[in-house]
Design a protein around this ligand. Structure first.
Ligand SMILES: [Cu+2]
Length: 111
């Protein structure tokens, strides 16, 4: 069973209005992060502002990609589930699996 949820991350609470006015650039890409063997792969991914990451869980165990600070996360991903988050703001964002705190990942968003 595959479900697809799409949520948008803004990470903009502390950003200036100028930084929030990023246009949606035509080259926005979607990058895949696999969740397999109790790990994120790649564990660190570098993307451009406006790009989307799609996490897909292939483990039997449920996982999440959960960011600090109450930012939106993927929610629970069962085997075969995917979720996408779009990153509008440059920065470095660490995340964990809410169920397995040893599973860690990092998203680096460049200008
Ligand atoms: Cu997990």
């Amino acid at each position: 069973m595959t479900s697809l949820t799409r949520r948008h991350l803004l990470f903009a609470a502390a950003a200036s209005p100028a930084l929030m006015a990023l246009p949606g650039h035509a080259g926005a890409a979607t990058h895949d992060v696999a969740i397999s063997g109790m790990a994120f792969a790649p564990a660190t991914i570098t993307i451009a502002a406006g790009d989307t990451i799609r996490w897909t869980n292939s483990d039997g165990a449920p996982h999440t990609a959960t960011f600090a600070g109450g930012a939106p996360d993927t929610g629970r991903l069962n085997r075969g589930d995917s979720a996408e988050l779009t990153f509008e703001q440059p920065g470095t964002f660490d995340y964990v699996c809410a169920f397995h705190s040893g599973m860690r990942g990092r998203v680096i968003v460049t200008d």
